[in-house]
Ligand binder design. Structure first.
Ligand code: SAH
Length: 218
């Protein structure tokens, strides 16, 4: 650990932003600033602190992972989050991406199917002072109808197809980012709701996420 006391791992965050993100085409300055700020190590167990800012996913409880920083950045950048946006995240996991979204949006709801992960994530977010982020335990393949519509929905787990429930909860102009495909290999898809209510789907890049387990998942 190389922290300097007041800002532990600031150097690791800086090098993550420069070498993993900026060099690979992440250009959203608000997002890069958020990734320079959010203490990713606080979202993983202490035994993984030495690799908290490394270029790969990191194991968390319940055999899940917090995604590779670049993958998180690519999804959040494609979601074009604005300060006034209300955002839904499916698969909160560690809560790391939730914290990034809380830096960028006005309100974040994040659904997680494991109670243990949801509770731990909420605790970490509260400890770090994020008051605009709420973790809900449940089946996120059905979205969060009681808080819909959302300006952006980011799904951090892979689905066999795009759940209709999530498309239905997109506001006009809203963006949905979701890995779609087989259990072990997917493509990232961007769904946008148009002014006339229709949706367009665009395929971005290849990716590999843990499966979305649920009614409209695997
Ligand atoms: N962005 C998170 C990624 C966590 S991995 C992070 O950085 O930590 C994906 C998460 O999706 C896992 O925690 C898994 O439990 C959760 N998940 C899978 N299916 C789900 C579902 N139907 N509803 C809510 N969460 C789900």
């Amino acid at each position: 650990m190389k922290g300097n006391g007041t800002q532990p791992f600031a150097a690791e965050r800086f090098s993550m932003v420069e070498s993993q993100l900026r060099q690979r085409g992440i250009r959203d300055e608000r997002l890069l600033a958020a990734m320079s700020k959010v203490p990713r190590h606080e979202f993983v167990s202490r035994q993984n602190w030495n690799e908290a800012y490394a270029d790969h996913p990191i194991p968390i409880a319940e055999k899940q992972t917090t995604s590779q920083p670049y993958m998180i950045a690519a999804m959040v950048q494609a979601a074009e989050i604005k300060p006034e946006d209300r955002v839904l995240e499916i698969g909160a996991g560690s809560g790391y991406q939730t914290a990034l979204l809380a830096e960028l949006a006005s309100q974040v709801f994040a659904v997680e199917r494991y109670v243990s992960l949801a509770e731990a994530a909420q605790k970490t977010l509260e400890r770090l002072g994020y008051r605009n982020a709420k973790i809900v335990t449940g089946d996120g393949s059905l979205g969060l109808p009681e808080a819909a519509p959302f300006d952006a929905i980011i799904v951090s787990a892979a689905a066999p197809r795009i759940p209709q429930a999530l498309m239905d909860q997109l506001a006009v102009g809203g963006r949905l980012l979701i890995p779609v495909g087989e259990a072990d290999q997917q493509v990232l898809q961007l769904v946008q709701r148009q002014a006339d209510g229709s949706t367009t789907v665009r395929t971005l890049e290849g990716c590999r996420f843990v499966p979305l387990i649920g009614e409209q998942g695997f």
